[in-house]
Design a protein. Structure first.
Ligand SMILES: Cc1ncc(C[n+]2csc(CCOP(=O)(O)OP(=O)(O)O)c2C)c(N)n1
Ligand SMILES: [Mg+2]
Lengths: 324, 340
């Protein structure tokens, strides 16, 4: 097993897939010789050359449109949007064109493409470079949405996303880029639509995504020391959503807590809460509780940003208080 | 500025040839008569929603399509019946789609504004202004990367030259030297506003071309031969690695913007002037000048009319789409499932 950081895992996954499939091409701003603004693409330009690793102008509509046109004519493009906030400048291509065209044409076109992007807060960048927007992507029919929390999952799920026949929005949590972890040796491919149970406990299920996963695990450890034992689930993939794994944990424990980085309204946890409310109501022993960023643009000062994002303390305190 | 003028017949040196001329004639007639039928069916309430007709603009679609090769890609807008038909998509599939029938090209899931027939190279009709320029550029990138000789052709209106995606696509296409042809059908109006009132330059596409390292090209979009010649040159450039072209075809829609629009904002003299330049009768005269037999010219029109009638009957006889397709083809597994 190799020890990789999350940023190294991104490059490892792309390289793994580009080696096996010449139809995989990669485009974005500063991804070539510069190695990416987050250094997530180091070495790719040197190994695969300028035809397959293409630096683009600052033209997000052109980047995503080019990926779409290439995907519908036989390639498997990976497009990088430097910061997920920039989805807003090319949202038409994502939400109206890529997501809808298979349906509108009754299946005449396919879009085997991946849009990777650095998502979320924690880097003190302020509101236009920090938002967690996984809920934007989740609400669009036709997209798949993936947000891993560790290097092994980045490799396995990014490889699976590149091989997937549908368009995948792949969120990399920028505050996790420096996190190190073990990655299996050899080719590693995981499955989309599978949540992972990281820890089992009998009292409550805590469901988290991306940067919130290590925080949920740390909170569960604290709570365990106090006698509250929690199951922690890493959702990993919002679409397809592994409701089976999530709902069975809800049924077993009788309690559901979601930990979401996105702002409160219409966060992904609301969808999971509504499914659990409809389908596991009689297994619940108490209210479903969502732990989220407040409904605000993210501030930049250390203390304010820390206050905004769900912390280990806030998670543990919320669960403890709610469990009585 | 290179401007392709309408020339009189040069019988001795016909660089277009009989076969292409008859194909241009047939294509313009097919578009004209299907569009008129679509209009009639709309008035009979058999076509719902909206339609954006290309009546008066047929020569642009015909000229580019006849000069294309199989395997080339067409990307067009909501005003896309003409371009889809010009690639050879079946009339019954076009009319059936407008009527919301099972036989429609998209089985009733897309409607008039999204006609697509991938098997004919018609890669989609896009209804968000400007979106398809980057997409067509991406298809050209794919052709370049795969080492084919395919060309991607993207049709759009004058109004589209003022949206950001137009500029992003032109710049990147030039920087990457892609085999893509951007064709601006300048019909003088965006929806209801004259293009000159909202554009910083006189020629909305051609005057922008130099900013992206491309030649300014204006063509008479009501002359199928002129369009065909300009198209041929641009295809040659694209196929030989010479990169993208931007072509402004001056034309006019003889009707309103869409079915909701009577087009009352257009001065009468302007409408009359352009009706006198109707591309279809003009091409008929051209063929007769070139010595084609009147019976042959009219025979093609009779064939086209019969085909439009037959397609109309096929579409009318086709049932509505089956309800069980409502939740199909959202994802590549054929379904719409987002959870297990
Ligand atoms: C982004 C966007 N803005 C506005 C519209 C509404 N709209 C539809 S067609 C049209 C006019 C487009 O004019 P032009 O590009 O000249 O094409 P034409 O209809 O004349 O063929 C407008 C404004 C739209 N579809 N998309
Ligand atoms: Mg116009």
């Amino acid at each position: 097993m190799a020890q990789l950081t999350c940023r190294e895992a991104v490059a490892a996954a792309i390289a793994q897939e580009m080696r096996r499939d010449p139809s995989v091409v990669f485009l974005g701003e500063d991804i070539g010789a510069a190695g990416g603004v987050f250094k997530t693409t180091v070495g790719l330009f040197e190994e695969f050359g300028p035809d397959r690793v293409r630096d683009t102008p600052i033209s997000e509509q052109a980047i995503i449109g080019a990926a779409m046109g290439a995907a519908m004519t036989g390639l498997r493009p990976i497009a990088e949007l430097m910061f997920s906030d920039f989805f807003a400048v090319c949202w038409d291509l994502v939400a109206n064109e890529i997501a809808k065209s298979r349906y509108m044409t009754n299946g005449q076109v396919s879009f085997p493409l991946v849009i990777r992007s650095a998502n979320g807060g924690g880097a003190r960048f302020g509101a236009q470079h920090s938002q967690a927007i996984e809920n934007w992507a989740m609400m669009i029919p036709g997209l798949k949405v993936v947000a891993p929390s560790n290097p092994a999952d980045i490799v396995g799920l990014l490889a699976a996303s590149i091989r997937d026949p549908d368009p995948v929005v792949f969120f990399e949590q920028k505050s996790l880029y420096g996190t190190r972890g073990e990655v299996p040796d050899g080719e590693h491919v995981d499955a989309l639509g599978t949540a992972k149970v990281l820890r089992e406990g009998g009292d409550a299920a805590i469901v988290a995504l991306a940067a919130m996963v290590p925080r949920a695990v740390a909170a569960a450890e604290r709570l365990a020391a106090e006698g509250i034992s929690c199951t922690v689930i890493d959702v990993r993939s919002l679409v397809p959503l592994d409701t089976r794994t999530i709902l069975s944990a809800v049924s077993e424990t009788g309690r559901l807590f979601t930990v979401e980085e996105n702002p409160r309204l219409c966060g992904w946890g609301a969808e999971i809460a509504s499914i659990a409310g409809e389908e596991c109501f009689y297994d619940l022993d108490g209210p479903i509780v969502r732990i989220t960023t407040p409904h605000i643009p993210l501030p930049s000062a250390d203390n304010l940003e820390d206050l905004a994002l769900p912390s280990v303390e806030r998670i543990a305190d919320t669960v403890r208080a709610s469990m009585g | 500025m290179a401007t392709e003028e309408t020339a009189g017949p040069d019988l001795a040196n016909d660089d277009i040839g009989e076969e292409a001329r008859l194909a241009l004639w047939r294509s313009q007639l097919e578009i004209r008569h299907v569009e008129q039928r679509a209009h009639d069916l709309f008035l009979q309430n058999l076509v719902k929603g909206t339609v954006h007709l290309s009546l008066g603009q047929e020569a642009v679609a015909a000229g580019f399509a006849v000069a294309m090769e199989d395997g080339d890609y067409t990307f067009c807008t909501y005003r896309g019946h003409a371009h889809t038909l010009a690639r050879g998509a079946p009339m019954s599939g076009v009319l059936g789609e407008l009527m919301g029938r099972e036989c429609g090209l998209l089985a009733g899931k897309g409607g008039s504004m999204h006609l697509t027939s991938v098997e004919h190279g018609a890669m989609g009709s896009y209804a968000i202004i400007g979106a398809h320029l980057p997409i067509a550029m991406g298809a050209a990138w794919s052709a370049q990367y795969r080492g084919t000789s395919q060309v991607s052709v993207c049709f759009f209106g004058d109004g589209t030259t003022n949206i950001g995606a137009f500029h992003e696509a032109l710049n990147m296409a030039k920087v990457w030297s892609l085999p893509v042809i951007f064709v601006c059908e300048n019909n003088l109006y965006m929806e209801y506003t004259p293009i000159g009132d909202v554009t910083a330059v006189e020629h909305p596409a051609a005057d922008r071309a130099p900013a992206y390292g491309m030649e300014s090209i204006i063509v008479d979009g009501n002359d199928a031969d002129a369009v065909y010649r300009v198209a041929r040159t641009a295809y040659d450039r694209a196929r030989s690695g010479g990169g993208p072209s931007l072509i402004e075809a001056k034309t006019y829609r003889q009707c309103g913007h869409s079915r909701a629009d009577p087009g009352a904002y257009r001065p009468d003299e302007e409408v009359e002037e352009w009706l006198a330049r109707d591309p279809v009768p003009a091409y008929r005269r051209r063929l007769l000048d070139f010595g084609f037999a009147e019976s042959a010219v009219e025979g093609i029109e009779a064939e086209v009319l019969a085909a439009v009638d037959a397609a109309t009957e096929t579409a009318r006889a086709s049932p509505p789409p089956p309800p069980d397709i409502l939740e199909t083809e959202v994802y590549a597994d054929g379904g719409a499932a987002w959870r297990n």
